[in-house]
Ligand binder design. Structure first.
Ligand code: CA
Length: 235
């Protein structure tokens, strides 16, 4: 999942980014309110970590502008000011939760998981597709009860495919949800990662779960790819 961190203190921003990357999120950062709002309005993020005290545009204004523009992306606000009025103002503007600085990373990660769960139709911590399971807490995949270790990008890609199983996902949709916003759309990076993912999750003698749809994109399919008329091209 893609997370935007809007925080001007470089040390705090990189601390959050590093931690979230270890938790297998794809993380982008913005160092002021204007840049953050621009990124948030023009890209897909699954959640935003938003500091209150920011240069150019403060966190409340960013949040207000997001909601005014119809963006419902879950927001976790970071506030150094612990007064009741500040917390209430954030929640009234449509923040999903807040966290007072200083905080422990574990608490930020837990609150983020919680707002992501609330915004998701899936309330579970595991995704299932046939005999393939993805554990969203440990970040391991399992097939035939064998543990499969995934890199951050492989995990993000598999999670996106599995959340939308049986649906054809175009390369540009995958790009928007799994890669950073400034990625070259002409690149063949998605195909490269799909190939890596297949080498980890596909099993000889079993139907393939990740299907290529020629000229369009990919689909992960329950029960595997049985008909081949859509073309199961191999990279
Ligand atoms: Ca700040």
């Amino acid at each position: 999942m893609r997370i935007l961190v809007i925080e001007d203190e470089r040390k705090v921003a990189s601390f959050i980014k590093r931690g979230l990357e270890e938790e297998r999120y794809i993380v982008e950062t913005a160092a002021d309110g204007e840049a953050g709002l621009d990124l948030a309005l023009n890209n897909h993020f699954d959640a935003i970590v938003l500091d209150v005290m920011l240069p150019k545009l403060d966190g409340y204004s960013v949040l207000g502008a997001l909601r005014d523009n119809g963006k419902a992306t879950p927001v976790l606000m970071l506030t150094a000011r612990g007064t009741m009025e500040d917390r209430v103002q954030g929640l009234d503007l449509g923040a999903d939760d807040y966290l007072a600085k200083p905080f422990h990373f574990e608490e930020l990660a837990a609150r983020l998981r919680s707002i992501l769960r609330r915004s998701s139709t899936e309330k579970t911590t595991k995704l299932q597709c046939g005999d393939l399971t993805l554990d969203m807490v440990t970040h391991f995949a399992y097939r035939d009860e064998k543990e499969i270790e995934l890199t951050t990008k492989e995990y993000a890609l598999l999670e996106y495919l599995m959340r939308h199983k049986n649906r054809i996902l175009s390369r540009s949709m995958i790009m928007q949800h799994v890669w950073k916003h400034n990625f070259d759309p002409e690149s063949n990076i998605i195909d490269v990662y799909i190939k890596r993912l297949r080498s980890k999750v596909e099993r000889p003698g079993h139907p393939s779960v990740i299907q290529s749809i020629r000229g369009v994109g990919y689909r992960i399919r329950e029960g595997g790819a049985l008909d081949t008329d859509e073309g199961d091209e191999e990279a």
